[in-house]
Design a protein around this ligand. Structure first.
Ligand code: 3VV
Length: 221
């Protein structure tokens, strides 16, 4: 796994985000517009050419492979390509996740790009969001965890629109953390999930000892 260290200040992180987040939002608007536009074929063809020109400009300097998750030396993560929350990833649902000890939650408005059954949220998108939330809830005490098992129950269809989600740690057993999560609309819970999150061996803190630096942990494993 990629544990690249990037030694930049929180101010520099904010500056980079302030440039890239509006770009990502712009691409989200583009995705929504491509799905919903009713302009004629000639305009679609012209739009394709203009978009391809933008792609060519962006590709004139680009990194090899995926973005990875760089960390600052003080463990501020920059998972900006992440499929669920990447600040540079326009296919990620628009989530601003808040965390406190053992809890992760957020509100979101899901539009046409997240559709599964007509007018409703795709089950995979619901699972993606809940997977991210259970991961963040399990990791709030500094013990990063992978999803070992995620069990998702779809109780009723989730209409596209304004939604909220919440994940809460329900127990811990050695390197395993158990988390319960829900996705809700105005009428209540539509999807619920239970996760068994596993702290990878290199990061295990059974006695509460300090996390090794990711770069060091990688060398040890
Ligand atoms: C990193 C830098 C740190 C800086 C600070 C970070 C802050 C964090 C902030 C923000 C968090 C972000 C949150 C992200 C959220 C996204 C979540 C995802 O999408 S994760 C991708 C999908 N998941 C995988 O790709 C896993 C792939 N699987 C594996 O890597 C392994 O199978 C792993 C680690 C899950 C387990 O491997 P083993 O070798 O450690 O497991 P063994 O030692 O055999 O078992 C340990 C215990 O766990 C149980 N276990 C093992 N695998 C299990 C499983 N799949 N399901 C349930 N239990 C399992 C076993 O039964 C055992 O339990 P017994 O101790 O005996 O009670």
């Amino acid at each position: 796994m990629d544990f690249r260290i990037e030694d930049i200040s929180p101010e520099e992180i904010s500056r980079r985000l302030s440039v890239v987040e509006p770009l990502t939002e712009s691409v989200r608007r583009l995705i929504d517009a491509v799905i919903r536009t009713e302009v004629d074929d000639a305009e679609l063809i012209a739009a394709t050419e203009r978009i391809d020109q933008v792609v060519q400009t962006l590709r004139s300097r680009q990194r090899d492979g995926s973005f990875g998750t760089p960390y600052t030396p003080t463990f501020i993560g920059m998972p900006w390509g992440n499929a669920a929350v990447g600040a540079r990833n326009a296919i990620a649902p628009p989530l601003q996740i808040r965390t406190e000890s053992g809890v992760a939650e957020c509100e979101m408005v899901l539009g046409a790009a997240y559709e599964g059954p007509g007018g409703c949220v795709h089950g995979g998108v619901a699972a993606l969001m809940l997977d991210q939330l259970v991961g963040e809830a399990a990791s709030t005490d500094g013990l990063p965890s992978f999803t070992g098992t995620l069990t998702v129950r779809y109780l009723r269809p989730t209409r596209l629109g304004a939604l909220s989600a919440r994940a809460e740690v329900t127990g811990r057993e050695g390197r395993k953390t158990f988390v319960h999560a829900t996705l809700s609309d105005d009428d209540g819970v539509t999807v619920e999930a239970d996760a068994i999150m596993i702290a990878p061996k290199g990061f295990a803190l059974p006695g509460g000892e300090v996390l090794p630096h990711p770069a060091t942990a990688q060398e040890e494993n």
